[in-house]
Design a protein around this ligand. Structure first.
Ligand code: G3H
Length: 541
């Protein structure tokens, strides 16, 4: 193991954990939210285990955090029926509510959500191993996203409150809901990424069935009452269980109108195929990625290394936007590797609540074996682990490994590692890198590191039709949330941002009439007498 960090002392004893972060008794969650009620589930439960182990006299012991309901297909379908009934073919109270009133419901939810910050942040740390700073950031960023969404909807509604006259036709165009949305988020951002679809879906007037991610499940529990109390019955339903028992049945029912899913492209394809009326299903998908970082020969190496480290290793590389392969020009390869190793050695392994910790245990069972398999395959085919201690592991913890030279024969060249392995591919001709991007199955983002304007300009043009975002001298990332977040090929379907998500979960409806006296009088009267929620010039401040 690395001389800098001793994994023997990685896991704490219970007494060593600061009091506010100590785990309580396991939480046995039996309730889930259907039709405005917290319903009790008396069937089987799924255990929720932490990636964190405790040092005990019997050795490392994995912490049991609690359990959640393992619903079956019937229970999931009952939740879907509640959402279908609340939507009521678009005639329900929620889809017909005025925008200003829907906003008030979401604002009420946000107030209640903020009260649960401490509980949710603590569970983020315990359930997925995200460090305290990033867990707090995830919570706060999600609240900010809700605030921004409300503002964006007000702006959208203001623009829709006017009539347009085109070629003798008077029209008012508004965005209206699509129907029932099924929202599923990923374990790496179990709060944020889920809510970036859930909240826009709700606020646009859709009704929702939400199934939490495979890890980061208990952290939704503190929000169940807030959901129950802030929305009319059936508008938001929250279910638990295995996807194959629950979500498959929902999709096969044909009653889902919008499918918002963050996960693998295979998972998304399998579920989409179950829907009997594919043309009636709109999908918003965030999927696999293998974002390359490309280090050019003329470069500010310190900045490139610093961005590549955070790009590759924030939350242990478990971000869809992580830099998952680095192409480094041969002229700067050795200094790049040296600087990378030096900086990597400064990253502190530990428990999520430890001050300044950067590297933490991984939540997926079997993940360490999977990473070991990728590493062994690369080493067998000629790569070296460059950093001291790279690949050392203990239970759920895997110390990052910088690997070079990585070649097309290795799994790491193609497969998404979603973890702390950093493959470096040395190159001489930039065409080799362009070729990789053109033929990759993924097309989310990439990063260019260099300061030769001619070369950067040429590469921007080469890659503009390949990925959704090109970052210059910066790591890949989703934010700021007002910018479009999407991907090509197997990396995404649709575009999300504060602004785009409102469009994703709605469709424009136009009310039109010939611009003549009797019609003008009729429309004026409807507006004056406030006889329609759609035909109105109300302006939300
Ligand atoms: O896992 C994918 C996330 O959308 C990435 O978001 O770039 O802000 O970490 P981030």
């Amino acid at each position: 193991m690395t001389t800098q960090h001793n994994l023997d002392a990685l896991f704490p004893t219970l007494a060593e954990i600061p009091e506010p972060y100590r785990p309580g008794a396991p939480i046995e969650q039996r309730d889930y939210l259907v039709n405005g009620q917290l319903v009790r589930w008396d069937g089987p439960l799924a255990s929720v285990r932490s990636p964190v182990f405790l040092a005990t006299e019997q050795g490392d012991q994995q912490v049991l955090l609690g359990s959640t309901p393992l619903l079956d297909a019937d229970a999931a379908l009952a939740a879907l029926d509640a959402a279908v009934a609340a939507y009521d073919h678009g005639q329900g109270a929620w889809p017909t509510l005025r925008v200003a009133e829907r906003i008030q419901h979401v604002e009420a939810f946000l107030v209640r959500m903020r009260e649960q910050r401490t509980a949710v942040v603590k569970l983020l740390m315990w359930e997925i191993g995200k460090n305290l700073k990033d867990s707090e950031k995830e919570f706060d960023r999600t609240c900010d996203y809700i605030v921004d969404t409300i503002e964006a909807l007000k702006e959208l509604d203001r623009r829709s409150s006017r009539f347009e006259l085109e070629q003798g036709t008077l029209g008012q165009i508004r965005r209206v809901p699509l129907g029932v949305a099924l929202c599923m988020g990923p374990f790496n951002y179990p709060l944020n990424e889920t809510f970036t679809t859930l909240i826009p879906a709700l606020i646009m007037g859709n009704t929702v069935v939400f199934k939490p991610a495979k890890f980061g499940v208990l952290l939704i529990r503190p929000l169940l009452e807030a959901f129950r109390d802030s929305f009319p019955a059936g508008v938001i339903n929250i279910i638990y269980g295995r996807g194959r028992d629950t979500v498959s049945a929902l999709m096969a029912s044909g009653k889902v109108d919008v499918f918002a899913f963050i996960g693998t492209n295979k998972g998304a394809s399998d579920l989409k195929k179950l829907h009997p009326r594919p043309h009636r299903l709109r999908a918003a998908l965030g999927l696999d990625a293998k974002n390359p970082g490309i280090v050019l020969p003329q470069v500010d190496l310190d900045n490139a290394v610093s961005e590549a480290i955070t790009g590759a290793l924030s939350f242990n590389g478990q971000r869809c936007t992580a830099l998952k392969i680095l192409f480094v020009h041969e002229d700067v390869l050795q200094p790049f590797l040296d600087k990378f190793c030096a900086k990597l050695a400064q990253l502190k392994p530990g428990m999520p609540w430890d001050a300044g910790v950067a590297l933490t245990p991984l939540p997926e069972p079997g993940k360490v074996d999977f990473l070991n398999g990728l590493l062994a395959d690369a080493v067998e085919k000629g790569a070296r682990v460059i950093n001291p201690g790279g690949g050392a592991h203990r239970e759920s913890f895997f110390y990052p490994a910088l690997l070079s030279p990585v070649t097309p024969q290795m799994r790491l060249y193609h497969e998404e590692q979603f973890g702390p392995l950093i493959p470096v591919v040395p190159y001489r001709e930039v065409e080799e890198v362009i070729d990789y991007v053109l033929h990759s199955d993924f097309g989310q983002q990439l990063s260019l590191f260099g300061n030769d304007s001619a070369q950067i300009g040429r590469l921007v043009d080469a890659f503009a039709n390949q990925v959704g975002r090109i970052n210059i001298n910066a790591q890949c990332q989703r934010g700021p949330d007002n910018f479009p977040f999407n991907g090509r090929k197997n990396s995404a379907e649709g575009t999300l941002s504060v602004h785009d998500a409102l469009r994703t979960f709605s469709i424009r409806t136009l009310v039109a009439t010939k611009f003549q006296a009797d019609n003008k009088a009729l429309i004026s009267e409807i507006i004056r007498n406030r006889e329609s929620s759609f035909l109105t010039t109300d302006y939300i401040f």
